[in-house]
Design a protein around this ligand. Sequence first.
Ligand code: GAR
Length: 212
Amino acid sequence: MSMGKRRIAVLVSGGGTNLQALIDAQGRGEIVNGEISIVISSAPGVYALERAKNAGIHNCVLDRKNYPSSQAMTAALVEKLKEFSIDLVVMAGFMTIVTHELFEVYNNAVINIHPALIPSFCGKGAYGLHVHEQALAYGVKISGATVHFVTEECDSGPIILQQAVDVLPDDTPEALQRRIMEQCEWKLLPQAVSLFCQGRLAVEGRVVHILP
Ligand code: GAR
């Protein structure tokens, strides 16, 4: 591995609290051997873009509506990632489907945060608040968050880190979402990114080994 810092792209679609957690961790020196080089949004006008601007991080919009297909949007994304010499792609609340072209270039180099304990409450239709609605409807007593490598099949790639929280008797989807963000997501995502940038994630089949 070269001595330079790993260059990170963060993909967003909304409020960007996970992006903020990464920016704050970087500010504290907790993203060891990595730097956020660009923030890419799938929609204009989202608050995540303001967070990038406030932190002085280069940012751009690849509006899904401007592309005829997911393939075309993915091709534009890959071009942008190459242009910025990106090593690691982080999906932080990124709600747009990407196609296999991304994983051909970035094999085991795309990670995602999902707000449940995969393989529960994931896959098609399980995003944002829906995930927590599903968990409450099912009656689970714990839920949590998962950081995983992204592969072509939705929410099915090798798991890097997971953390659980209790589901409380009076939880609403919003309350559970907030607890999972605060106690799981905002810690796990920066941790996983830092481990990747240090070269400490070894993927063997479905299993990710965390190297000392
Ligand atoms: C987060 O809870 C993230 O885990 C979830 O969307 C939210 C984005 O919030 N992602 C998914 O549901 C992906 N399937 P943020 O924009 O404040 O980071």
